[in-house]
Design a protein around this ligand. Sequence first.
Ligand code: SF4
Length: 294
Amino acid sequence: MWSRDRYKQMAEAVAMLYVKALKDMPPDVRIALQNAEQGETAPIGKTILGTIRKNIGAADRENLLICQDTGTPVYFVQVGEYAEANPVAIERAIRQGTERATTSHPLRSSVVSPITRKNPQTNTGYRVPVIHWDFVEDRDDVEVVVVPKGSGSENMTYFRMLLPADGVLGIKRFVLESVVGSGGNPCPPVIVGVGIGGSSDLCMLLAKKAIIRPCGERNPDPEVAGLEADLLQAINASGLGPMGLGGINTALAVHVEHAATHISQNPVAVNIQCWAARRGRLTIRSTGDLAIGF
Ligand code: SF4
């Protein structure tokens, strides 16, 4: 079993991970933004993309946050079947790391009670950080991905129980209406996460999981990958553009995750990630070695 020291090291590493995710843009997103700027045909869109890239460069140079919104801390934890770790202690380490980063950096605390709106100034609260778990075969490590989920994009989240008769066409229409209807609110160009199938709760989780995939990486299922390509083309043909002010780059990517569903259901969810598509990955190997990346 993991020692007590291992969980202490993990809490420290989670604190570093959270800060790094807020300051250091993943390379795949940097490349996607660079390509978008080079290919943008609308002058205003090109200017906005240039400003976004200057913003990222300033954050790199000055060791600053990429965006003022520290977001809601959302964690995806994968536990290998041979990892001798205690999930309760892992959850405690994630909470401690989030709080430590917030108070000692310090970071803006964006998390409040939904009833009293009281802010504990820790970026944590009842049931937050949000932690999702997966248990994975044939591995002995633990992996933690953090997504500080900005509110401009999280506010633009959609779910619909379509009819089976609506088919894939209905899914496409719903995704397109959701993204274009959001206008500039989610700070485009965005990564569009789409969940299809499952139950209502699983469908929403799939849409959120979809946004953590490296930008533009296709779903391994060719039919789903084709749907991603169709949706990306349709969204960018809308002309909404960077920050909703016109251009051919409304979305950097569309990622779809799916699950089997009930014979009488056709659930679809959309979760949008803004251009500040921040994420960080902490891997804890069975030897105790820690690695932080994207
Ligand atoms: S939606 Fe993203 S880019 Fe826009 S303010 Fe929020 S975190 Fe920043």
